[in-house]
Design a protein around this ligand. Sequence first.
Ligand SMILES: NC(=O)c1ccc[n+]([C@@H]2O[C@H](COP(=O)([O-])OP(=O)(O)OC[C@H]3O[C@@H](n4cnc5c(N)ncnc54)[C@H](O)[C@@H]3O)[C@@H](O)[C@H]2O)c1
Length: 334
Amino acid sequence: MSKAVRVGIVGAGIFGQWHLKAFTQLQNDGDAELLAISDLIKDKREKAAEDYGVTPYEDYREMIEKENLDAISVVTPDAFHADIETSKNHPEQLFMVDYHKRFDMYHIELERTIRDGKLGNIHYGYAYMEDRIEVSRDWFRSWPVGSSPFWFIGTHFVDLIYWLLKSKGDKVFATGRREKLKSLGVDFWDSITAQILFKNGATFTVDAGWTLPEGFEAIVNQGIRVIGSEGIFEIDSQDRGAGACLKGKTQRSFNLGLYSEKHTPDGKVIYGGYGIESIMEFAYHANYVLNGGDINDLKGLYADVDDGFEVAKICVGVHKSADEGGTVIDLDTL
Ligand SMILES: NC(=O)c1ccc[n+]([C@@H]2O[C@H](COP(=O)([O-])OP(=O)(O)OC[C@H]3O[C@@H](n4cnc5c(N)ncnc54)[C@H](O)[C@@H]3O)[C@@H](O)[C@H]2O)c1
């Protein structure tokens, strides 16, 4: 019988719930064993343990020691993620950064179009991602300094562009504002806008912010446009064609491409969407390796440790430039 990956999750917050759901679904299909959850907050770990039938731990090190796990999903705040450099020293281990924008079907089509040469040489592009203000003001108010709109959401589009271009960053220039959230007692950047020159000569502007007004129709506004010598490709990732306005509320739109639920006749939930599929790909790949497959044969969409390192380097450069008021940063010097 083939082996299914034994998993523990660190972090039972907002996105930890998505990992709990994805691994529960994998478990239902015999593709994973979801054993444990670790969270520093008692209520959160105990609720997750009850909802998903897993063992709760306060300390993830105790979870690792006791559960004989094959894999760990880290879903802690941005500043507390595993040290990528450390993982770089273990090429025999499967390491995936959950940059799930690669799994959005529109982005898969864009990547294929570029790879087939249909846009010609990529000259420039623009990506934007903006959250409504409750994300920065309320959800993550308790996060210590160590995140920003560029770490939280901008990084996803930087990874997407890096994946589309198959090229490393060369230089960055970034500026930002720090006034609105500060006036509300939250010491985060409101927004950062960056220009990134890649080594293949393409330049992309990436805007990331998290102060959109509460009346905005979705929790996230986002999109990308890419212009090459032979064509243009534009994706509005926020407006996917569905809207609703319910009594007492403002107009709302939906991104079912990110997350969706269907039900089986016996009442089980089937989770879908690129936010779930990327986590599932990790389990499929882990199972391939656990059952004797060669880690070097894996050809998934996922971002590996080198990708994570390159994208993090661009984001570090962006923050350095913004902190210095807009200096040009040569990424090779970082
Ligand atoms: N919320 C989203 O929409 C979203 C979407 C995509 C990605 N993410 C990413 O997911 C990660 C987690 O975000 P979130 O929204 O779940 O944040 P969150 O604040 O809701 O949850 C983080 C949880 O981690 C726990 N935690 C912190 N340190 C810990 C430790 N050492 N051991 C065990 N538990 C610990 C906290 O108690 C908290 O419950 C972040 O990197 C975020 O960028 C979030």
